[in-house]
Design a protein around this ligand. Structure first.
Ligand SMILES: N[C@@H](CCC(=O)N[C@@H](CS)C(=O)NCC(=O)O)C(=O)O
Length: 212
């Protein structure tokens, strides 16, 4: 299994399936294509006609788009239970994941991911504030229903992977959370695999600086 990803500092879409595979303990080869370089587009197109990453290669099959990749991993490794077992919880987890995938445009625009940067809380428009509150509510409701520590209970699921980049965004932009949502964000941020991603982003940036 090979996962082709973009720059770890800013590619939130790459982080999602990468973290999912790591948390599930599924071995994979990682291929990194740095963004914003002269040959970036050409290199991505060599893997994906969509011109976007991440992309997963497995048994000569290419799967692109983070959510499609997550679904493929879940189907390929049913024993890992990457969606909740209960059909109602599963439907809810899929809804939350789809909402992250297709929504939160204001948050994605105004609080773009950069795991290596941190800023004082910026002034935000109403749409972004609404996105933040909605995510806080989603986390609190899910944790209340499941008992945590993850959104759907004891196992890290695709829903947790889909929201993991938001955890880093809230930290980068000093967005205060309360109660269970804060504890959840702290727990996800402390995951050794997320810390591994951030450390690797640091090394990649240092390498890139050396080469310019
Ligand atoms: N909906 C896609 C979005 C993928 C995406 O936008 N990827 C960015 C990196 S985070 C990319 O490949 N950008 C390269 C470009 O636009 O040239 C997914 O979920 O995978």
């Amino acid at each position: 299994m090979e996962l082709v990803i973009a720059s770890k500092d800013v590619s939130s879409w790459s982080l999602r399936p990468w973290l999912l595979l790591k948390q599930a303990g599924i071995p994979f080869k990682e291929t990194l294509i740095p963004l914003y370089q002269p040959r970036t587009r050409e290199r991505i197109l060599a893997y994906s006609a969509s011109g976007k990453l991440p992309l997963l290669i497995h048994n000569e099959l290419s799967i692109w788009d983070s959510l499609a990749i997550a679904e493929y991993i879940a189907e390929s490794f049913p024993d890992k239970q990457l969606w909740p077992e209960d059909p109602r919880d599963r439907a809810y987890a899929r809804s939350l994941s789809a909402e992250m995938h297709s929504g939160f445009t204001a948050l994605r625009t105004h609080l773009s991911m950069n795991v290596l940067e941190s800023f004082p809380r910026p002034e935000l428009n109403n749409e972004t504030e609404t996105d933040i509150r909605r995510i806080e509510t989603i986390w609190k409701d899910s944790l209340k229903g499941s008992g945590g520590p993850y959104l759907f209970g004891k196992r890290f699921t695709i829903a947790d992977a889909m929201y993991a980049p938001v955890v880093t965004r809230f930290r980068s932009y000093s967005i205060e959370l309360t109660g269970e949502a804060k504890d959840y964000a702290d727990r996800i941020f402390a995951l050794p695999h997320l810390q591994e991603w951030i450390a690797s982003a640091k090394r990649d940036r240092a390498e890139l600086m050396k080469s310019v």
